[in-house]
Design a protein around this ligand. Sequence first.
Ligand SMILES: Nc1ncnc2c1ncn2[C@@H]1O[C@H](COP(=O)(O)OP(=O)(O)OP(=O)(O)O)[C@@H](O)[C@H]1O
Length: 352
Amino acid sequence: MARIGFERLAQRYPGSPHYALRPMDMVWEDAGAYALLGPSGCGKTTLLNIVSGLLRPTEGRVHFDGQDVTALPTERRNVAQVFQFPVVYDTMTVRENLAFPLRNRGSSAREANTRVEHVAGLLGLGAMLDRRARNLGADEKQKISLGRGLVRGDVAAILFDEPLTVIDPHLKWELRSRLKELHRQVPVTMIYVTHDQTEALTFADRVVVMSEGEVVQVGTPEALFDRPAHSFVGHFIGSPGMNFLACAVHGREAMLPGGQRIALPRAYAPLPGRVELGIRPEFATLAREGLPVALTRVEDLGRRRIARVELDGQPFAATLPEGMAVPAEPCLALDAAGMLVYADGRLAEGEA
Ligand SMILES: Nc1ncnc2c1ncn2[C@@H]1O[C@H](COP(=O)(O)OP(=O)(O)OP(=O)(O)O)[C@@H](O)[C@H]1O
């Protein structure tokens, strides 16, 4: 188990004028469950490879429990890794595959077996321990890979790189929950790379959201939803994401370009740059009274309906309450509890 620290860490690949990972300082607590979340190309794999030792960063340092490991290769970092695609020995049984990392490090057959049976049970592999891996499907093989990553309790960290990619969609939900349960039972620092917000939010205690090489927010799933530090996080987390309305803010009031005024729950000092009001669809309801809007369409998401509207010519997603027909003259009712103000994409702190 390890507390992982980054000091002015950055990565610029040879020949590229841009940072793949912009300079950052950060600490991941011992035994924490972290997800690195962001779209393709944002730098997740670069950061994971720096942690595993596969890549030596061009700037800054990496520490495991205060020890500088920046120059140490993967084999000397005591990390377990689970990749997108299964890494299993086809000729071995499931039990032998799972025991391999333990036997390799000198565990007795008995010790290894106790541990293997425990992890196999948690992953739903208990009934197939004595089958050859070769005869199993891709889902089961990836479960073995997960088990091999999880079987050692003495690693500094377990690194997962999009581990559910090959898993059948209906099994993904089950495995996400099982991984969370495994983290509770195996309190090792776990780092999970994904571009899928559901995977990140289910698994992690802390989600590290990345965009264009920058760590834009590190927070609990609740914090990312309730108070996105950056408009990117507002857009990226949530389904649909947060609405952003271009506006001017004076004290406790936002004014849209068309002149509509919205009372804010906090007062703001004059803000620099591009100012936007952020509000999630969960805090905006289609109603008979409020701010007049033009309805574009209604989306049925199964458990709820979303009304796509235009407010002052700006696209906006609102909740259409259950059982409510679209009013002839639709309006928006906004809940002040969900209103946040952003200046140049960054959350602005107001005063209560
Ligand atoms: N070996 C390399 N040489 C040059 N540029 C690279 C190299 N590896 C990654 N990059 C660039 O660095 C940036 C970050 O890439 P990275 O693979 O870390 O992102 P990612 O978020 O993991 O994306 P994905 O989910 O697609 O793997 C991208 O612009 C990518 O093109």
